[in-house]
Design a protein around this ligand. Structure first.
Ligand SMILES: *Cc1c(COP(=O)(O)O)cnc(C)c1O
Length: 377
């Protein structure tokens, strides 16, 4: 059996090696390492794939979030609401810009931001909501967009874990997540669903004015060469990463299907088990399974991880500590107990290997090892 990994980038690369090697070599030979034609080509191809008017490539997903907030001209003290159960980058960029992160609890089933709590958190200072499509499934965008309209707020979607995911509207139409709010952000970190071979990110918008601003901010606030209208940052997707991404984008739907195959296999193995809860799938979106995350019921998680690890099955905890209990984000408004659902989730979640290269032999080994442990614990 192939060694089981959380993410198997090597096997994935082997299948596209010739194409990728040629593309990367061509960039090297062209010497157009920055803003070469691949970047524009990838931008255009991603615009078509996403069904969005503008893609602004940038250096990583964290930059994408920061540039988005800069483009909305938010002022120090403005409040931006996001989920307590997310990767730190979401709140980090808010805080870094001197804005006030306002945290909201999530639904235990889906890890989505709790809509009632979200509405309660809105004040006269609130300017934006940053929903996170955690683990590969969409937040309830119709409800969120409804609140944004009602209170006149911007929505910046954190799509770092859900590129390719479709949102199904009540009227029967569908749209890629990341293209529904004013702005969407994604990451091409190697282990993300569309990962490059280094760092990369992109911003999405259908708004022409915002697109101009976003592009300008990502490029030193420059409107024309050496003319700087606003303070910006230096955030570029380099040509080699774009060349890799152009190839991988063509495989993205197939990658999502492979992740779904693995998830279905896990679901079948665990769905009737009393000690684990399988991921709940919402009706308003499909799932692209960035992570396959179980919730353990009365199980010693550390002991289980150790048992799995000794047998060659890695498992990870996304995320072990809620944002409001992190040293950097400590806030007298949010003491222990402030977000009980997130606090509980952080204690019971366990993510199994989830990637495009898992075969049935590995899936069988993973599921039977998990069940073995649960039988005696
Ligand atoms: C990965 C990730 C980011 C940050 O992306 P980077 O490219 O690593 O900067 C932001 N938000 C979420 C939810 C992520 O998973």
């Amino acid at each position: 059996m192939k060694k089981i990994q959380m993410v198997d980038l090597k096997s994935q690369y082997n299948k596209i090696q010739e194409e990728v090697d040629t593309a990367v070599l061509n960039v090297i030979k062209s010497t157009q390492y920055i803003n070469g034609p691949e970047v524009k080509d990838f931008q255009k191809e991603l615009e078509v794939y996403m069904g969005v008017k503008h893609v602004i490539p940038c250096a990583n997903g964290t930059d994408a979030l920061q540039i988005s907030m800069m483009a909305l001209d938010l002022k120090a003290g403005d409040e931006v609401i996001t989920s307590d159960f997310t990767y730190v980058a979401t709140a980090e960029t808010i805080a870094l810009l001197g804005l006030t992160p306002v945290l909201v609890d999530v639904y235990a089933d889906t890890y989505d931001i709790n809509i009632e709590d979200l509405e309660r958190a809105i004040t006269s200072k609130t300017k934006a909501i940053v929903p996170v499509h955690l683990f590969g499934q969409s937040a309830n965008m119709e409800a969120i967009m409804g609140l944004a309209k009602k209170y006149n707020l911007y929505v910046i979607e954190d799509t770092a874990q859900a590129i390719g995911c479709d949102y199904f509207f009540k009227d029967g139409s569908k749209q890629k997540v990341g293209t529904i709010g004013a702005i969407g952000c994604t990451s091409f970190f190697p282990s993300k669903n569309l990962g490059c071979y280094g760092d990369g990110g992109a911003i999405f918008t259908n708004n022409d004015d915002l697109a101009v601003k976003l592009r300008q901010i990502a490029n030193h606030g420059q409107s024309r060469q050496y003319i700087h209208d606003k303070i910006g940052v230096n955030s570029r997707l380099d040509s080699m990463q774009a060349a890799v991404l152009r190839i991988k984008l063509r495989h993205l739907d197939n990658y999502s299907a492979k992740r779904n195959n693995a998830a279905d296999y896990y679901d079948q193995a665990f769905e009737n088990h009393s000690k684990v809860k399988i991921p709940v799938r919402v009706s308003f979106s499909n799932h692209v399974f960035h992570q396959y995350t179980l919730q353990l019921i009365g199980v010693d998680r550390n002991k289980m991880r150790e048992f799995l690890s000794e047998r060659g099955v890695p498992a990870m905890i996304y995320y072990p500590i809620p944002l409001h209990l992190q040293e950097a984000y400590k806030d007298p408004r949010y003491l222990k107990g402030a977000f009980p659902v997130t606090e509980k989730l952080c204690d019971v979640v366990l993510s199994l290997p989830m990637q495009t290269e898992l075969d049935n032999e590995q899936l069988n080994f993973i599921t039977s090892t998990v069940i073995d442990f649960l039988k005696n614990n």
